[in-house]
Design a protein around this ligand. Structure first.
Ligand code: S3P
Length: 437
């Protein structure tokens, strides 16, 4: 069946401002609903991420027997989760569907290997072409029975849950999804699980596990987890705004010649703030105000203004701290004076689209000078962008990054398959429109 095509048109505007409220953080929302499902007691999760990815996690958990109610506005829902305790999950009556969400598949994949029943988990065409061998390998060394399709172990995944044993494992790549999958399996395994990370990846699972009473020790880049002897304690909280969604407005604010934007209640977990460090290094006028902590997660308001940017080099250990923001940072690179070089980001090729190829190709259609590299790209900034017809390749982050490029391009930019934004930020087009004056 042909996929539908929702087209969005972006035109430059004379001014951008002022306040934007972000959807709840997608990574934190997945973890909040999974861990509260396994807890004893009820939890209220406010500002739950409204996009399709987190809905996939919720429907899989419902299929596993968890009662989850949703109330409040569509774009800022509250979830009421009735935790069923550490032994409460039930065999699903049907195949679980993760949709487009790698986090759903990998986190639940890890958890389900430890549960005493059979489950099958699938996803959309994009997710069924993303690598699962990286998940299967460490889980099998814990004793898991988990199978993928073909020699590259693509989804659907078939899991025959059983008793696992803890492992000591060095993660070959800094993936928070794989780390979290092993930790979720380790909660139910026999004996301790010890993980060594090459460089830190996002640590939301660790923060929430500790907050809910798990015995988890963090020592530099290493973690050790003692399996659960009793259920986690449920925790009610408000999910901070998603910095990966805020990224579009951070970049819009700096690249637009007449902008001042205040982003309210934005998560600023240091494992996610690489974009702030890079924008500051590029010369952005950016201020962080009103810092506070909610359920172990730091958040703040961020103020950003039109700025003169210069090109920078981005690579090494900062990459996992900004991996999802590279498409929109490429737009900042187009507007900067000089060259921006992005290296060490081969993982971009394994996201919802091959983002090295798709970002380079689509921004080039707008007149950007970008050379793709095997592990990144070189952007020759300062070439004015000109509106054109572009395609989001069913990738939410590409759709929204192209919209920001369209704001500074001369003339009209038409974005095909713009519905991809639904995956993480359904209100994006409306919020962007509200900022344009
Ligand atoms: C995520 C981890 C990252 C990130 C993804 C969300 C998570 O993926 O790109 O969008 O919530 O754990 P990897 O674990 O594959 O690096």
């Amino acid at each position: 069946m042909a996929k539908r095509n929702v087209v969005k048109t972006i035109k430059p505007c004379s001014q951008l401002g002022e306040k934007v409220a972000l959807p709840g953080d997608k990574s934190i929302s997945h973890r909040a609903v999974i861990l509260n499902s396994l807890a004893s007691g009820k939890a209220e999760i406010a500002n739950f991420a409204p996009g399709r990815d987190c809905c996939s996690t919720v429907s899989c958990l419902r299929a596993l027997g968890v009662e989850i109610c949703r109330e409040g506005p569509q774009n800022c829902p509250t979830l009421l989760v009735s935790g069923i305790g550490k032994d409460g999950l039930r065999e699903p009556a049907n195949i679980l569907n993760s949709g487009n969400s790698g986090t759903t598949m990998r986190l639940l994949g890890g958890l389900l290997t430890s549960q005493p029943f059979l489950s099958i988990i699938t996803g959309d065409a994009s997710l069924r072409s993303r690598p699962m061998g990286r998940l299967i390998k460490p889980l099998r060394s814990m004793g898991a029975e988990i199978y993928g399709r073909g020699k590259d172990s693509f989804a659907p995944l078939v899991i025959r849950g059983k008793e696992l044993h803890g492992i000591e494992f060095s993660l070959p790549i800094p993936s928070a999804q794989i780390k979290s999958a092993i930790l979720l399996a380790g909660l139910f395994a026999q004996g301790e699980t010890v993980l060594h990370q090459p460089v830190p990846s996002r640590d939301h699972t660790e923060r929430l596990l500790k907050h809910m009473g798990a015995e988890l020790e963090i020592n530099g880049n290493s973690l050790s987890l003692i399996p659960l002897t009793s259920s986690l304690a449920s925790v009610s909280f408000r999910v901070p705004g998603d910095i990966s969604s805020g990224a579009y407005f951070l970049v819009a604010g700096v690249v637009h010649p007449n902008a001042r934007i205040i982003i309210k209640d934005c998560g600023i977990n240091p494992t996610r703030t690489g974009i702030i460090d890079v924008l500051l290094a590029m010369g952005a006028k950016l201020k962080i105000e009103n810092e506070r902590v909610e359920a172990g997660e730091p958040l703040a308001d961020i103020m950003i203004e039109s700025s003169e940017l210069r090109g920078v080099e981005i690579g090494g250990s900062i990459i996992p701290r900004l991996i999802d923001e590279i498409p929109v940072l490429a737009v900042a690179g187009c507007a900067a004076r000089g060259k921006t070089v992005i290296r060490d980001a081969t993982e971009l090729r394994l996201k919802e689209s091959d983002r090295i190829a798709t970002v380079s190709r689509e921004l080039s259609r707008l007149g950007a000078k970008i050379e793709p590299l095997p592990d990144g790209m070189v952007i020759h900034g300062g070439n004015p962008l000109v509106g054109a017809e572009v395609d989001a390749h069913f990738d939410h982050r590409l759709a929204m990054s192209l919209a920001i490029a369209g704001l500074i391009a001369k003339g009209r930019t038409t974005i095909n398959h713009a519905q991809a934004a639904q995956v993480s930020y359904p209100a994006f087009w409306q919020d962007l429109q509200n900022l344009t004056i």
